[in-house]
Write a protein that binds this ligand. Structure first.
Ligand SMILES: *[C@@H]1O[C@H](CO)[C@@H](O)[C@H](O)[C@H]1NC(C)=O
Ligand SMILES: [Ca+2]
Length: 162
């Protein structure tokens, strides 16, 4: 009797607490996560309806046992774009796990430190010089843009480790 009531109260309290917060520590089990289709390499992308800067984004993925997203070819960018366009509301700008910090104009993937091979930059991008050093993707059409790493209005995009 006692344990049952206690558990019920706990679940209700915890659920309400989480519902009132923009994020909660055990949010992963309560928040609905939609995974992308698998790419040919076997990985899946996972986007979140959260907004944060680049450093918090890298930490967000690692905390969940995931990697910041890296997009290695057109097939991966197409799978990702279909997923983002179909599952998220505009403006749907997401972080990619790539930066040119310390290597201006030579973007590399944070997870592997390898330089971008495939890219999907918008015409004229990246154009932010030393001010904008972190990569984003617009989910509406799969185009990439450089952005201030400190911008806290961009959504996190992680991937499973293939
Ligand atoms: C998986 O791929 C199909 C065919 O392209 C697409 O219609 C569907 O929306 C995709 N699912 C996700 C979750 O992206
Ligand atoms: Ca730059």
């Amino acid at each position: 009797m006692m344990p049952t009531n206690f558990n019920f109260l706990y679940v209700v309290t915890f659920g309400l607490t989480c519902a009132l917060m923009t994020s909660c520590s055990l949010g992963r089990s309560l928040e609905t996560e939609v995974y992308s289709n698998r790419t040919q390499s076997g990985k899946q992308f996972i986007g979140y309806n959260l907004y944060m800067n680049f450093m918090d984004y890298i930490e967000h993925c690692h905390k969940l046992g995931l990697q910041p997203a890296n997009v290695l070819n057109k097939e991966e960018n197409d799978v990702l774009t279909t997923y983002l366009d179909g599952n998220f509301a505009d403006p749907k700008y997401f972080w990619l796990g790539g930066s040119d910090i310390g290597r201006e104009e030579r973007y590399y993937w944070i997870a592997s430190l390898s330089e971008f091979s495939f890219t999907s930059w918008g015409p004229g991008y990246p154009n932010g010089g030393r001010e904008e050093n972190c990569a984003t993707i617009y989910g509406g059409d799969g185009t990439w843009y450089d952005q201030y790493c400190s911008n806290d209005g961009v959504q996190p995009l992680c991937q499973t480790i293939p």
